[in-house]
Design a protein around this ligand. Structure first.
Ligand code: FE2
Length: 553
């Protein structure tokens, strides 16, 4: 059974499954180079099919990560806001959204009619797809599942209690409860791009105490209602204006970010606490853009005595995984998911010949052989900034050693150097890739998030004795966001870090995503090679086969 899963909204993506096995997944932004691309993922669909050598006519099922327009219209028409005649803009907006859902469905149906007329169409509720994307690859047999984002199919958050294959819907919240909108409004008010730069707030928040503004923010921005089960937020524009007035009052960006982060954590911790009291699970799965917040995830882990798993593609790109697994769960008896997720290396990949055809006979480049992991560790220890371009590109927002820039983490000065070379904000922390065997030696309280930490989705407190040895990857609040690298998941990357460890006694290297300022992560050799020309990296290591550098003039 061939299943194509499509997301045609924010961060449009496609994934292909055959007989339940995930063959390939990619986000459109990586191919068309338009960050967070919103629209029909035409090139992603082409890639996943061609890469798997499957023709469109062979597709048996097309999964789409939103409701059918009829389902959506029913949800909208049952909402009180649709009849709020005193607020005509909202009423008109609701009908416009129904029209948009109709248009989107028409595009899906015309694709199906043209390329795979016999395929079954499956429309999956946005938040159910988020929930399924986390639960079905967590490896848990029972769990509380919480989703939270800006908005999808009219909902901004949901929670489920999953046990014995039964999903009990615990709560849903609409756009008026959107914590994603709250955090996005603060992001915008501080001069960053909402739906894009929320991570900058998380980094900035560590530089101030949340106590300065948290009480005021509760009043002016968001709070819990109904005993912690629901949220209430102020209208978006008003929140943006309030942030701007806070700046005029003399509050720093750091204080505002810290207040917003503290408030988000307080609201979500109360929410999760209420849910866990009502549904006493031993684990929690989360997905949705709000859980891109690695600090929030740490707070949940440290507060409750439960294991946590965060879907690595927690944003809307991950919906393609969830919608597909949801379909399988509804059509396969005793579907238990796909076990603990092993990796996210699902995207584009290039052979030696592919890459050589670009770099050979180009006088700009000098090609050198990869002789050993030790040789590469030497380069790192001597201060070289290396772009690692290896095998299949990662699916989801994190670079996990397939499209990563790696650096020696022992000297804090490397942060300024990298910020300058990559044109990044100086308050953003850099993350480490760590030999998984050393996780407990380096970090506090790893056990409950050991699997999640393979995907860089959660921070940990760095143990005191290590903070001075690896200053470049410790944030100002003493935390780090590691990728725990297992030898059985990515052997080459593990060998590189291990060689660095043998040489320096440090079982980790610094890993930042291989991209240039405000661009998506590199996908093709050509994307990567531009970073040599802009001076972002000193060399690129392709597939652990050879290095490419700029030829010395
Ligand atoms: Fe979403």
């Amino acid at each position: 059974m061939v299943l194509l899963s499509i997301h045609d909204g924010h961060n449009a993506s496609a994934a292909l499954f055959k007989d339940g096995v995930l063959l390939a997944a990619v986000s459109e932004e990586r191919i068309n180079r338009k960050k967070f691309f919103w629209g029909w993922p035409v090139r992603s669909i082409d890639f996943v099919l061609a890469d798997s050598n499957i023709g469109a006519h062979e597709i048996d099922v097309v999964c789409v990560s939103h409701m059918s327009w009829i389902q959506y219209a029913k949800r909208k028409l049952s909402s009180a806001s649709t009849y709020a005649i005193q607020r005509p803009k909202i009423v008109l907006g609701n009908f416009y959204n129904i029209w948009q859902a109709f248009i989107k469905e028409r595009a899906v149906r015309s694709f199906q009619k043209k390329y795979c007329p016999n395929a079954v169409l499956f429309f999956c509720d946005h938040h159910r797809a988020h929930a399924a994307s986390a639960f079905f690859c967590s490896g848990y047999t029972e769990s509380l599942v919480v989703t939270c984002d800006n908005l999808g199919d009219s909902y901004s958050h949901t929670a489920y209690s999953v046990k014995d294959g039964i999903w009990n819907l615990a709560v849903v919240g609409d756009t008026n409860e959107s914590l994603g909108a709250f955090y996005g409004a603060v992001t915008e008010g501080l001069g960053f791009k909402p739906n894009q730069h929320e991570g900058k707030l998380v980094g900035l928040a560590a530089y101030a105490a949340s106590s300065v503004l948290i009480e005021r923010m509760k009043k002016d921005f968001a709070r819990t209602t109904k005993g912690g089960l629901h949220f209430k937020r102020t209208p978006y524009k008003k929140m943006v204006t309030t942030v701007k007035s806070l700046i005029q009052e003399g509050y720093t960006k750091e204080e505002i970010a810290a207040g917003a982060q503290g408030l988000l954590e307080e609201i979500m911790l109360e929410h999760v606490g209420v849910l866990l009291t009502k549904y006493p699970h031993t684990s929690i799965c989360v997905a949705g853009g709000v859980f891109a917040n690695v600090k929030l995830n740490q707070r949940i882990k440290d507060r409750f005595n439960v294991s946590i798993f965060i879907q690595p593609a927690m944003g809307d790109e991950g919906l393609v995984l969830g919608a597909a697994w949801q379909y399988m769960s509804e059509t396969t008896s005793n579907f238990e998911g796909v076990g603990p997720l092993r990796h996210m290396y699902l995207g584009t990949h290039y052979t030696r010949a592919d890459i050589m055809s670009v770099v050979e006979n180009n006088s700009l480049y000098q090609i050198e052989p990869f002789t050993s992991y030790e040789q590469t560790a030497d380069l790192l220890a001597n201060g070289e900034i290396i772009g690692v371009f290896d095998g299949r590109m990662e699916f989801g927002p994190r670079a996990l050693g397939a499209r990563s820039i790696v650096v020696d983490p022992r000297d804090k000065k490397v942060n300024d150097l990298l910020n300058m070379r990559l044109q990044r904000s100086d308050f953003m922390p850099f993350a480490p890739s760590v030999l998984s065997e050393y996780a407990d030696a380096l970090f506090q309280n790893v056990e409950h998030a050991r699997h999640a930490a393979e995907f860089m989705t959660i921070t940990f407190d760095v143990k005191h004795e290590w903070q001075k040895k690896i200053p470049a990857i410790v944030h100002v609040d003493g935390t780090a966001r590691p990728q725990l690298v297992r030898k059985d998941r990515n052997q080459s990357y593990w060998m590189l870090i291990h060689a660095f460890y043998e040489k320096t006694g440090i079982p980790l290297i610094m890993n930042t995503s291989f991209n240039m300022h405000e661009e998506p992560i590199v996908s093709s050799p050509q994307d990567a090679l531009r970073s040599l020309e802009t001076g972002a990296v000193d060399s690129i290591l392709f597939n652990y086969e050879f290095f490419v550098r700029l030829r010395k003039k």
